[in-house]
Design a protein around this ligand. Structure first.
Ligand code: ARG
Length: 580
């Protein structure tokens, strides 16, 4: 079955063993199964230790009892060894089980690692929340990369996962932009920048701001333009729609450059404009809304979350109020069971307020329903790709710079390669995305070209290269048709066993990432798998192997490694070319 893992099997065995021994009720949750250092085994649990304490018995005695029950229950022979070390139980998988899994990789191919655990659950993943008329910043880049990977991972586990960009298309800044467009030659400037509308609109906006800073009357004029827009003034509506339309065109180019999956929704902030009054009503009815100096607020000081402003004293609605309307809509109208917000950690406080008020209002009924998938800042090298403050970036420059560097490397390594440019683009994207994803998303990171593009170490290009290298070997093995028969009787070298073990962990790692949304675990796993393969390949002959059975087995083994690297990279949003 898709997604079934030896860990899940072991969890069942443990549950049955404890029930037989009438110990189930002694634990307040099912036993934790962990992956210990490999010399101890493939899995371990401290359940016996916990039970021994409760029962006031020596831990080895309890562990021994459970071990015996597990051995008896393992009718499928998945475990080669169940051993007791102090209060710990260690489990080692049998060679049969590992070979069976190898066959599963080969049978299931691209589907290996998929499961249906998320079936019936509807998740919205919100990421790449660009703002109309504003160039993306590094946070938007990270959000796109992380969000795209999470979407792929959730879908692979059977969730109905949909994406939404929740673009920033509403707010008083549009008053300034409309004023600028009308008064600073907007039409001409936009017409001149047909390949980069956002640059044109941003230029207008920046110029307007300079003028407004110097002249209070202009600020008032811009405010008036926004008020007209809010009231539905036809000319202003039309202009605003034009800004949104042009920006969406540019966002679509960014999406294509980045090669992230198409978005299911682009429900911008403006979509919630007419849904805000109902939220204010809900909060009023629950006595949550108070007036303070003319503003409408929710006081969250009791929860140590300060004061949340929903409507400002001048009557303008806030970003926060739109987010509340968004939660209500997603839960109520879209019927989602969960929403993930992939947004940088500068907005942590904002989301804490949004989620707290959503709970108070009754929109959100359990903690898990809304989650801020936060990430830290990534500093980029200064120059063509980022501004001096490292804030806004040109995605186009970033990607073409990466591609240029990748072409140089390929020229060095494999000058004969066909379609070098296309492969270089894949390597470039792998370098950027993998650099991002391989760090724990919560940390601050410093982007470095040399590291990201290196063909050695824990990098995207290294994994791509390992994958292509295996395909190179397989291209030479024209007789690679044999079934693996009798592999159970072969006696494997430790290098072969460690590759088999690694292959077996893949589904478990993916399932873990689908729970805690930390794709760096998948990166680490793929890196370790590649290392295990490379160690194996250096030590053991494959193409030169004389023994038919061993040769066939090893060819299958490396086919499976390539398959798993490909599947894993796909979940990270990275392509795996077969030649590079
Ligand atoms: N557009 C916002 C920004 O660029 C991010 C939006 C995040 N999502 C949300 N639901 N508030 O800062």
């Amino acid at each position: 079955m898709l997604g079934e893992t030896s860990k899940i099997y072991l969890e069942h065995l443990m549950a049955q063993a404890l029930s037989q021994l009438k110990l189930t009720s002694q634990l307040d949750h099912s036993p934790d199964i962990s992956v210990p250092e490999s010399r101890f085994g493939d899995y371990a649990t401290n359940a016996a230790m916990i039970l021994a304490k409760k029962l006031k018995l020596p831990p080895p005695q309890v562990a021994e009892k459970i071990a015996e029950a597990v051995r008896q229950l393992d009718a499928e022979g998945v475990l080669a060894e169940v051993s007791v070390a102090g209060g710990f139980l260690n489990f080692r998988l049998s060679q049969e089980a590992l070979v069976k899994n190898l066959n599963k990789v080969l049978d299931q191919g691209d589907l290996y690692g998929c499961s249906m655990f998320g079936q019936g659950k509807h998740v919205v993943v919100e990421y790449f929340q660009n703002n109309v008329a504003k160039p993306p910043h590094v946070g938007h880049l990270r959000s796109a990369v992380i969000g795209d990977s999470l979407l792929r991972i959730l879908r692979s586990q059977g969730y109905k996962a949909v994406s939404d960009t929740h673009i920033g298309d509403w707010g008083t800044q549009f008053g300034i932009l409309i004023w600028a467009y009308k008064n600073l030659n907007g039409e001409k400037i936009v017409a001149k920048h047909s390949s980069d509308y956002i640059a044109a609109l941003n230029q207008l906006y920046v110029e307007a701001n300079v003028k407004i800073e110097a002249d209070e009357k202009l600020r008032e004029a811009a405010k008036q333009e926004f008020a007209k827009l809010e009231k539905g003034d036809a000319a202003n509506r039309e202009l605003w729609q034009k800004f949104v339309r042009l920006s969406l065109e540019d966002f679509e180019h960014y999406r294509q450059w980045l090669d992230v999956l198409p978005f299911d929704h682009n429900l911008g902030e403006s979509f919630y404009e007419d849904k805000m009054p109902a939220v204010l009503d809900d909060l009023k009815k629950k006595n949550l809304l108070t007036e303070s100096q003319g503003a409408q607020i929710v006081d969250l000081q009791g929860q140590k979350l300060g004061v949340a402003v929903l409507v400002k004293s001048d009557g303008a609605t806030t970003y926060l109020l739109r987010d509340l309307a968004t939660v209500k809509y997603r839960v109520g109208d879209m019927g989602i069971s969960r929403a993930l917000y992939v947004v940088d950690n500068r907005q942590s406080h904002h989301f804490e307020q949004v989620f707290e008020i959503s709970k108070l209002a009754g929109y959100v009924t359990d903690q898990q329903m809304v989650e801020h998938v936060d990430f830290g800042f990534m500093s980029l090298p200064e120059g063509a790709i980022s501004t001096r403050k490292g804030t806004t970036i040109s995605l186009h420059n970033l990607i073409s710079e990466a591609q240029k560097r990748a072409v140089n490397i390929i020229n060095d390594k494999n000058p004969e390669l066909d379609n070098k440019e296309a492969v270089a683009k894949l390597v470039a994207l792998a370098a950027i995305k993998y650099f991002d994803l391989s760090h724990n998303r919560k940390t601050e990171i410093v982007f470095a070209w040399d590291k990201a593009l290196s063909f050695e170490g824990n990098t995207g290009p290294y994994l791509q290269y390992t994958h292509a290298r295996i395909h190179g070997i397989l291209r030479k093995a024209t007789d690679n048709k044999q079934q693996i028969t009798g592999a159970n009787a072969l006696s494997f070298t430790p290098n072969e066993l460690s590759v088999l073990r690694k292959l077996n962990q893949y589904s478990e790692v993916v399932q873990q990432v689908a729970q805690d949304f930390l794709p760096n675990q998948l990166c680490n796993y793929l890196f370790e798998l590649s290392q295990a393969f490379n160690t194996f390949y250096e030590a053991v002959p494959v193409l030169q192997e004389k023994d038919e059975q061993f040769r066939a087995f090893r060819l299958h083994l490396i086919t499976a490694v390539a398959q798993v690297i490909k599947n894993g990279l796909y979940l990270l949003g990275i392509e795996a070319p077969e030649e590079m």
